[in-house]
Structures are given as C-alpha cells and as structure tokens.
Design a protein around this ligand. Structure first.
Ligand code: AMP
Ligand code: MG
Length: 442
C-alpha cells in the first residue's frame, strides 16, 4: 500500500451520492427518497414470502434415479408396500419366545435374510438361529443377540445378566411405513438418503423439476475476463464464477454474460438480453457511487423493489426486486448484489439462493445456520448484522469457529480460507471468546 494513503484509507467518502447506502457505510437509515433499510431478519422473511409464492418455471421432467441427485422431486412418492414388509430381525442371534430365563434352549433350525421359516411355529424352550434382516419365524417374539448366549452343539444358553424383553431386536412389519403412505413429498431436494428411500420403494425413475436458468451479469468498467490480461488498474471478474458455482450447487443452470460496462445503455441492453430467464443475479453497481446505475436502469425497465438495502455488513446495498410479467414474458426475479466479492457471496447465500431453490421446486428453502463456540473475541457493530468469513472446526465434541481475519469485503483470500460466516448479531454488546455463536453455512 502506498504509505501516503495509509492514514486516509478508512473513511474516504469518494463520490458517494445521497441516493443509496454504501457497502462500507456505518449504520444510518436510508437517505431521503429511498426505502428504509431492512433488518436482516425482515429481508430474509420478505424473500421467504416471495419464494413461498413462486412456482418452478417449467413442467416436470423424468430422470433415472441416479441422475436425480440434488434435483427436486416434482411428484409425491408413496410406499409400494409395508416397510419393513415383514417382522425383521435387527441382529444376528436367536429367535426366541417371550422372557425365557436362563434355561438352555433347544436349537431347531436356522434362517437367513431373504428366506422364510417354513418349519413349525417356535415353542417355549426352543430357539432358531437368525441373521440380521431375516423375517421372524412364527411363534418367536424376540431376538437374543449372538453375543448374549453360550452356544452348545444343539443348544443355546442365555447369559445370566442379559434380560430380554418381548419385541427386542425386532422391527415389526410396517413400523416405518404402511403401503400407500407418503414417504417423500413433492418439493424434497434429493440427497443420498432420499435416493436410497426412493430406491427402496422401487422408484427407478423420478419426476423432478427442471433446473431454472439463472442469468449472471457482473457490472463494472474495471472488469476483465478470467483469461484476459488485466491492465494495471483492472481486475478479473471473479463474482460471475462465484455466482455460477453457487447457482450450480443450489440446483440452477447458470447462464453467464460477459462483464457489462457501467453505462445505462450497456446495462439496459444486457439486462434486456436475459429478460426471459426467471432469475437474474447482478453483481456490482448497486452502491451509492456515481457509476452505480443498476437500480436506476432496472427501475426504468419496470422493476419493482422489495428492498434496496439491508442492515448487514458486508452487503448493505443489496437489492431485491422483480420485473413483472408482460405479454408472454414471465416475471423475472432480480437480485442486485454489491460487487465486493465477500458481499456478493454473503448476499447471494442469504437472499438469492433461497429464491433459486424455490424456483427449482424446493419447499420452504432458507439459508442454513448452525452454532459453534467462538475461539477469539470479535468486534461488534451495533445496528448491523455482520457476516464475517470464518473457519469452523468440528469434532465429535462439537464445533468451534474463528474468524479468518480480513481486509474488508473485497478480501477473496480471507473468504477462501473460510468455510462459513460468523454471524455477529446487531444487538450484541460484545462477542467474547467462548461465546456460543451462530454461523451461516455455505
Ligand atoms: P461496486 O459494488 O460496483 O461498487 O463494486 C465494489 C467493489 O467490488 C469494487 O472494488 C469492484 O472493483 C469490485 N467488484 C465489482 N464487481 C466485481 C466482480 N465481478 N469481480 C470482482 N470484483 C468486483
Ligand atoms: Mg462497480
């Protein structure tokens, strides 16, 4: 850094216009003529309300089970039969009857998973060797674990200190689901557990929602593409790549435009070129500077805004709006995300991704928060909910978190050392080491 600048680095006003909050502003309410800044919780609720009323932009498609990972179910799935379909042993051991005491039991046979016991019903004083997953033979009502007997040639003797209650080590037929029960509602995002359940009921193909196309448009005269050589004062466009990655991992299909110059004409043309997509993510140009024209251009194109600033740091100038449906063009949801890379990722994670997930068909999508113990004290900025790049370490005993330290919301390095954001509440007086804190997961 130029040493002459060091003393002036913080608090230089630049060309701030009174129109919009700046990403680095202290907390003030919005300037005259703009809508008030929302609290973070209010902004989250607003997005959730709109997301709730949103429907996916196209008809469902049919895909093979294994291709449905991370897709969203468009049909409810029902159990094709009782689950389990028979009274099932959960242990390797001996099927027995009732409370059998310590008398040696006479072994009358053996049954493995996939078989059915065809011999006579089990009587008191008898035992049948049984494997995990095998059906309980008629007459038996408990399974004694292999480890809880002394095995003889044709007998098993229960160990003295291992009482056995009727029903133990058996999952009764239909205990998990009855034939016809709803097992996965439409709107479920399909992960490994959901696909396993779908497989168990014979769903070889699944109806899922199409992946919404999401237009990504980074604005800024200073931006060049990742493969270009930047001039001395230019920077590479990293936000488009961050947003495309977020879109992909949240079930969307990113459609990235080349960076757009900070002129009304260029912005209008670029936005108009992707007007047919259901969701538009813009980065940059929503702050208070002279060349921050995104909001003005959107307004002239008929957009309505639900918020134009949120009491968060980073990401305060974030904008959420919609261009209403017109003719055969459907409504388009719009998020104007502040251009600083950490601001972009935080606001996309908080606000834009839940809307994308709703468009992808998910029911009640929301950002994911967790808890951890803070390892070092953190500065609080009353009035602003802060989202600081942080590293969470989790063990069997629980999770701890430490901020990765940053040079502000442009610090991609700190952001990449982080694996979550530490949420510093606006009301906290102090956040000392040892505090139980909230994390925004990413
Ligand atoms: P803005 O929100 O347009 O005022 O930009 C705020 C800061 O983020 C400026 O330092 C920009 O150079 C930087 N920035 C804006 N867009 C991008 C982008 N696509 N990739 C990386 N940095 C950006
Ligand atoms: Mg800019």
């Amino acid at each position: 850094m130029n040493p002459a600048l060091r003393d002036h680095a913080i608090g230089c006003g630049g060309h701030a216009s009174p129109r919009r909050p700046r990403d680095t502003d202290n907390v003030t309410d919005s300037k005259p003529g703009t809508s008030p800044l929302l609290h973070c919780a209010q902004a989250l609720r607003l997005v959730a309300d709109h997301a709730h009323a949103t429907v996916p932009p196209g008809p469902p498609v049919q895909v093979p089970l294994d291709a449905a990972l991370n897709r969203v179910l468009a049909q409810p799935l029902h159990a094709d039969r009782d689950q389990p379909p028979f009274d099932r042993s959960t242990r390797d051991g001996y099927a027995v009857r009732g409370e059998v005491g310590q008398q040696p039991l006479h072994l009358i046979g053996s049954i493995r998973a996939g078989e059915q016991w065809t011999g006579p019903a089990l009587q008191p004083g008898q035992a049948i060797e049984i494997m995990t997953g095998a059906p309980i033979p008629q007459g038996a009502d408990a399974v004694r674990m292999l480890e809880h007997v002394d095995r003889g040639e044709n007998t098993v003797k229960p160990l003295p200190d291992k009482p056995l209650r009727p029903g133990e080590n058996i999952v009764p037929r239909a205990a998990e689901a009855c034939a016809g029960d709803l097992v996965l509602p439409a709107g479920t995002r399909l992960g490994a557990a959901e696909l396993a359940l779908a497989a168990s009921i014979g769903a070889a193909t699944l109806q899922v929602w199409p992946q919404p196309i999401v237009a990504i448009l980074s604005t800024g005269d200073e931006l060049v593409g990742v493969a270009d050589t930047p001039g001395p004062m230019q920077i590479r466009n990293s936000n488009s790549h961050c947003l495309a990655a977020l879109v992909r991992s949240n079930g969307g299909d990113p459609h990235t435009l080349p960076p757009v110059a900070d002129t009304r004409e260029a912005l209008e043309q670029a936005i108009a070129s992707v007007r047919s997509t259901p969701l538009l993510l813009l980065s940059g140009g929503v702050s208070a500077g002279k060349y921050d024209l995104v909001e003005e251009v959107l307004l002239n194109m008929g957009a309505q805004f639900f918020f134009t600033g949120v009491k968060i740091q980073p990401g305060k100038p974030a904008v959420f709006g919609r261009i209403p449906a017109i003719g055969n063009l459907p409504a388009q949801w719009i998020f104007g995300l502040p251009g600083n890379p950490v601001s972009t990722q935080v606001t996309a994670t908080l606000f834009a991704m839940p809307m994308l997930r709703a468009l992808a068909g998910e029911t009640a999508p929301a950002p994911v928060f967790a808890n951890a113990t803070l390892t070092e004290a953190v500065a609080v900025r009353p009035g602003l909910t802060r989202f600081l790049p942080a590293h969470m370490q989790s063990t069997l005993e629980g999770a701890t978190v430490r901020p990765t330290g940053w040079q502000g919301s442009g610090d991609l390095h700190s952001n990449a050392r982080a694996n979550c954001y530490l949420v510093v509440p606006p009301t906290a007086e102090t956040l000392p080491a040892g505090a139980n804190v909230t994390l925004l997961l990413r």
